[in-house]
Design a binder for this molecule. Structure first.
Ligand code: GDP
Length: 417
């Protein structure tokens, strides 16, 4: 975690490609929200293999969802601070999070970009100390490692430090019993249907296991790691992409294993509950809409001039679609809060997968627009959107989407010229 542009992505990419290079050749890496790095085991103990799993879910949406449920799947946080930039607002946010956690989560500081001539490691260390991070260099217990994600300098030391911390904290997972885990990411994949990356916290996951996650259930068909290699059994700490779901689970959903009959029963209960909740929400939305319409009509009939100061905010209502749940949540995070008191964004619905006719209907009902990130829109749906006067904006670049939405919100503002 760390401030934007401090080099998290670069660091992860370098760690990932180094681990792929070291591992068996031939694998096609795919983004599944996590990857593992082999750790050299010190000492002369028996050939015990050990790995560290890095979670790299975009926007860390799964983490916020899991945190909201009080679940913590990270054992150690790597706080990335650029040596040429120092402590920035998001660095402080992470430090606050770490402090709130009361020492339950381990912390390692990665002072990044040390290859840059303007890097000032000591300045960063002092600033961290001032923020209450007790660095080892000053007699505390938080290790810091100087790294460069760009050149790969210090990455071995970072992995060794993480491994040593895991050993000291005696981080272990229970391999027996029913599987317990969390969904890091989910998507629909051609030929496989719904696929979810599951981080195993307890138990051993094998094909054939019956799983429940949110309101999705399934029987594990295939499991793969981030190099694309097939996995026969997944143990605590491992993250594997799992196919065999009947529906698409959401990022952050808790994953539970059970006998087929129990999973079915629990699923039925959850679906009924979700249906009741969504009916309530729909009914509320429809009522609100009707009331607004009625008020507008009465105003028109009475020729009431809308009073500037009493007007409520104009809303740009959005139906958001994206390729994976992580990206959807990242877009929601980026767009939420756009605008001000007079005009703002309201997210009506979100979903994973291609733009569908139902999305057009939803946007039409809400008098909003569709925002699509890295997904396809079938020609027939495009036509329907045009016929229904539903604007549809599609892009593979999140910043373009942000710009488009900002422009449209600005256009809603009352003209001041
Ligand atoms: P993120 O927003 O934290 O994921 O940051 P990125 O990984 O996207 O990096 C932001 C910018 O900093 C990019 O232009 C990177 O090439 C650059 N960068 C990242 N790590 C290093 C580093 O170790 N050294 C140097 N010189 N540049 C880096």
């Amino acid at each position: 975690m760390g401030h934007v542009d401090h080099g998290k992505t670069t660091l992860l990419d370098t760690l990932r490609s180094a681990s792929v290079a070291k591992g068996e050749a031939g694998g096609i890496t795919q983004h599944i929200g996590a990857f593992s790095v082999p750790v050299p085991v010190s000492g002369q103990s028996k050939q015990e293999s050990r790995t560290i799993t890095f979670l790299d879910t975009p926007g860390h949406a799964a983490f916020s969802a899991m945190r909201a449920r009080g679940a913590s799947v990270t054992d150690i946080v790597v706080l990335v601070v650029a040596a040429d930039d120092g402590i920035m607002p998001q660095t402080k946010e992470v430090i606050e999070l770490i402090k709130k956690d009361d020492g339950k989560v381990g912390v390692v500081v990665a002072i990044n970009k040390v290859d840059k001539p303007e890097a000032d490691v000591e300045l960063v260390q002092h600033a961290l100390l001032a923020e209450g991070i007790q660095l080892e260099a000053f007699g505390g217990d938080v290790p810091s490692v100087e790294v460069s994600g760009l050149t790969g300098l210090g990455l071995d030391t970072l992995v060794e430090t993480l491994s040593a911390m895991a050993e000291i904290q005696d981080l272990r997972g229970e391999r027996d019993g029913q599987v317990h885990g969390y969904v890091l990411e989910s998507r629909v994949q051609k030929g496989l249907g719904p696929v979810a990356t599951v981080l195993i916290v307890r138990g051993c996951l094998t094909p054939g296991a019956h799983l429940l996650a949110g309101t999705a259930a399934g029987k594990v068909r295939l499991m793969n790691d981030s190099t694309g290699a097939a996995v026969k059994s997944a143990y605590p700490g491992m993250a594997v992409s799992v196919s065999g779901w009947k529906d698409l689970p959401n990022a952050g959903d808790e994953v539970l294993q059970g006998p087929e009959a129990d999973v079915k029963k629990a699923l039925a209960v959850r679906i009924r509950k979700a249906e009741i909740e969504s009916t309530l929400v729909d009914a509320q939305a429809i009522n609100m809409h009707r009331m607004e319409e009625r008020a507008r009509k009465t105003d028109e009939e009475n020729h009431v001039e809308p009073k500037q100061e009493e007007q409520t905010a104009k809303e740009l209502r959005l139906v958001i679609k994206g390729d994976v749940s992580g990206s959807v949540e990242a877009i929601v995070g980026a767009l939420e809060g756009t605008g001000n008191k007079k005009a703002c964004v309201k997210i009506v619905s979100t979903g994973v997968g291609d733009v569908l006719e139902s999305d057009v209907m939803m946007a039409k009902a809400a008098e909003g627009m569709i925002v699509a990130f890295s997904v396809n829109t079938p020609r027939s749906v495009e036509t329907s959107a045009a016929q229904n006067h539903v604007p549809l904006y599609s892009s593979k670049i999140i910043y373009r989407i942000m710009d488009e939405v900002r422009d449209r919100v600005t256009a809603l503002l009352p003209c001041t010229i």
